[in-house]
Structure formats: C-alpha cells, structure tokens
Design a protein around this ligand. Structure first.
Ligand SMILES: Cc1ncc(COP(=O)(O)O)c(C=O)c1O
Length: 473
C-alpha cells in the first residue's frame, strides 16, 4: 500500500513517533477531567497559554462589530469574504508590526512591508527554510530544541538539522566552541551549512537568550556568511529579568550590521503571546527583499483567513487593550511559573532557572534508575501511565543528558496544577523510600506500585481524587 504513495508521505522524518507526540496520544486516550475522569492523565506536554482568555473574551464582548463583519455600523462581509491577496490586510500587518514592537518595549520598530504572513510559526519556519536552503543543506540548532522542528524544518524541505550541543554545566548556554563543533560536524558529513536557528526565549528551556550569546551568534554568522533565524514566538512571555533582547535589537548595535542585515530573519506568531494557536497567525520578518518576495509567493500555501486578520486587526489596534494584556499576561505567567517551581521543590525536584515561556525545564536525573536515555524513557512511561502526567522527555527535544523533562504550566487550572504536583511528590517520595528500603536490606527490591499508589491516593484524599490504576501492570 505504501508503494502507492510518495516517499515524502511515507518517510518517518516527520517525527510523529517521538515520545513528545506519543505522550499527546496517550493523553487523548485518557484525559483528566475533575468530574468526569479524575484519574485521567493531566496534559503537561502542551505549550498552550490559557491564562488570559477572560481578557480576550471581555474585549470581544465590548467590540461585537469586530467579529460580526461590521465597520462603523456597515457590513464589510463581502469585502472580507472576497479578500484573497497574499500580501495580507494592510490594517492587520500594521497592527501586528506595532504589537511586535510593543512586546519589545518599543525599542525596535517593525516595518509592515517586511512582514510575510503565514499560517502560524510552523508555516513561517518551513517557508523560511525553503527560501534559505536546498535539500541536503544544513541548519545548526542548539539543543535541547522544540520537537516540532524535525517536522517543520526537515520533513518537506529535505534540509538537515545539525545539533549544537549545549549542556547543563553552564545552564544550556550556547557557546562558541559548541557552535564551531557543530559546524565542523556538518562539514565532515559534506553538508553545506546555511544558517543557525535559535528560539528566543527558548523552548524548551523557558529562558531568554543572553545579549552576549546573541552578539556571539552575530559574529559567528557574519564570519561564516550564513543566515540567523530567531524564532521569537515566546517574546511576550518574559515575566522576569533578564529582559528579553530581540535579535532585531542586538543587530542595531552590531558593528557589522550592514554586512549581516540580509542574513537575519525573525519568526513570530500569536499562538503563545496571545494564546490563540487555533487562529493560525504567524509571520516572517526579514530585511532581505528577496526573502520577503519569495516567502510572500510561498505563503499562498498557508495564508491566514481574511476573517481572522480582520478580527485581530481591530483587537491589536486597540492600544489600551494590548498594553493591559501584555502586562497582565506576564503577571499571570509569573504566578503560574512560581507555583510550578514551588510544587516541584516540595517534591524534591529542581528546575533550570527560567524567566519566560509556558514551561519549565525540569531536572529529574536523581529519579532515573539508570543514567541513560533508556532510563529516561522508563521514568517517562511511569510518569505518564502510573502518575498520570504527560510531560515531555528531554530526549524528544534532542537533549544530550538523560533525566531532563519539559513541564508546561499555562494550559490548566490552578487546581489541576496543584493536583499534578501532589501526584509528582507522592511518586518522587515512593522512589526515595524504595531506595532507602533496598539500601537497608541490601537488596534492590522494587516497591510494589500498589504501595505507592496507595500512599498517593491517601495524600490526595483532601482533593477527593485517586490516581489512575488503569495502566498499572
Ligand atoms: C519554538 C516554536 N516555534 C514554533 C511553534 C509553532 O507555533 P504555531 O502554533 O504558531 O505554528 C512552536 C509551538 O509550540 C514553538 O514552540
């Protein structure tokens, strides 16, 4: 049957079988619900921002015309329904460019004419890669990286990803040595390196890329004559110092600015900052006219519907709303982040210090039965099936050290987050007790799962929930 299809359609470079996506599938089979399924799996592997829906819904209730195809009391339905220009609605591009500036404290200005609209950052990243590299050429990416990149950057373009290995020893910072090593590894494989792609703030690390890293990256791409893509989809989620520095800002003060101007490209989207991933709103920003022109032609394959552009141009043009939203969103994210970190601390689990994003990069190395990726996957399976939390193992993000996990905190209620931390605490304690027990008996005896599940359920008695026993073997 597969022979009837194309090689692209049937090859496995999409990455669908990564534990990142498998975790989502397991969650779908048994999703937690406070009333309907209190023993189900809690989704902590999805970087969704659900914390400010009340603000969006309030704005909609105050501005019914925007969603009802009306402007100054007249219908604009026909105009919107017929609009199919791939340059996008000028009013929307202007509002989006201004929103991008506002998120960066208006320290940089974005020209709407240099924006290409795309159906989310997924499409923006793929389109950019199509414009910058040929099949068989390479991009360098710092690890750990967003698992979707294997699909977005490689699958249809045929471009290779060469990891820049970052390590916990310096908080996963990108170093010049690691960059040079990645470049050499690519050359050894006879791959022509066309660029470096970073996420700033980083997914999955949940922290901003420092000014010194950005300067070093600019010097590197200038020396090599290659591109730098900065995926800044989490720009509006920075809730604590150090402040976010966009590559656009670092570029303004870079000595060789004119030399690299055409090699710098920014990817953006409203999926995280505004919390509307279903609207599929993304963009490429580039000073390179050729890239803007080629990407605009390609954007025909993934345009944003004119209906969405119309609605969001009204919302983002409302400066009072955007100012308040940006501030409140940061405040709520910080509260959530702190709650997760405190919950982890109570469970004896640490996390990389972070200041942005919708997740933490969590250190569970001490819970591994063996310091291997096999050990990591075994631990992950226990956490998914027995503890009932879908989190993302570091190996799905191409981390080189086993035992790190990405845990999301903005896609659930406070109560669900509390419950998830109680489940995790009971689990971590059960592992600890097993170790003490096997040390004192001198045997490595496995604690029966029923025992820690018993303890877990009693610890949750207050919340009137019990953990799932459905998948326990
Ligand atoms: C770093 C990064 N880039 C791109 C995307 C895709 O975003 P979008 O929903 O806008 O396609 C994500 C989604 O999680 C992401 O984390």
């Amino acid at each position: 049957m597969e022979k009837l299809l194309s090689t692209k359609a049937t090859c496995d470079s999409h990455g669908q079988d990564s534990s990142y996506f498998l975790g989502w599938q397991e969650y779908e089979k048994n999703p937690y619900d406070e009333i309907m399924n209190p023993r189900g799996i809690i989704q902590m592997g999805l970087a969704e921002n659900q914390l400010c829906f009340d603000l969006l819904e309030f704005w909609l209730s105050e501005h019914p015309d925007a969603a009802a195809f009306k402007q100054e009391n007249a219908s604009v339905f026909k105009e919107i329904a017929l609009f199919q220009d791939y340059y996008g609605l000028p009013a929307f591009k202007k509002a989006l460019a201004e929103f991008m500036s506002e998120i960066r404290g208006n320290r940089v200005r974005f020209d709407p004419n240099k924006l290409v609209l795309t159906a989310g950052a997924t499409s923006a990243n793929e389109t950019l890669v199509f414009c910058l590299a040929n099949p068989g050429e390479a991009l360098l990416l710092p690890t750990p990286y967003y698992p979707g990149f294997d699909r977005d950057l490689k699958w249809r373009t045929g471009v290779e990803i060469i990891p820049i290995h970052c390590s916990s020893s310096n908080g996963f910072q990108i170093t010049k040595t690691a960059l040079e090593q990645a470049h050499r590894r690519a050359r050894k494989r006879n791959l022509k390196v066309k660029g470096v792609l970073i996420t700033n703030p980083s997914n999955p690390l949940g922290k901003t890329v420092s000014r010194s890293e950005l300067d070093m990256l600019l010097r590197f791409i200038s020396a090599k004559g290659i591109h730098l893509i900065s995926d800044e989809i989490y720009a509006g989620t920075v809730f604590a110092p150090p402040a976010f520095v966009s590559i656009a800002e670092a570029l303004m003060e870079f000595d060789d600015r004119d030399k690299v101007l055409n090699q710098i490209h920014i990817v953006y989207s409203l999926s995280k900052d505004l919390g509307v991933p279903g609207f599929r709103v993304g963009a490429i920003y580039s000073n390179n006219d050729l890239v803007v022109s080629a990407a605009t032609k390609m954007s025909s394959f993934g345009l944003i519907s004119s209906q969405t552009q119309h609605l969001l141009s009204a919302m983002l043009s409302d400066k009072k709303f955007t100012r308040n939203y940006i501030e409140e969103n940061r405040k709520r994210l910080e509260e959530r982040h702190n709650k997760l970190v405190m919950g982890l601390e109570k469970a004896g689990i640490g996390a990389l210090e972070s200041n942005a994003g919708l997740f933490c990069w969590v250190d569970m190395r001490h819970l591994l039965a063996s310091n291997t990726f096999q050990g990591e996957i075994e631990l992950w399976k226990k956490i998914v099936y027995e503890v009932g939390l879908n989190i993302s193992p570091g190996s799905s993000c191409h981390c080189t050290e086993p035992g790190w996990f990405r845990i999301c905190f903005a896609n659930m209620s406070q109560e669900t987050l509390t419950l998830s931390m109680q489940r995790l605490k009971a689990f971590a304690e059960s592992i600890e007790r097993t170790r003490i027990c096997s040390k004192s008996t001198g045997k490595s005896k496995k604690m029966p799962l029923s025992k820690w599940l018993f303890r877990l359920s009693s610890c949750m008695h207050d919340l009137n929930v019990r953990v799932s026993c459905e998948h326990v073997e």
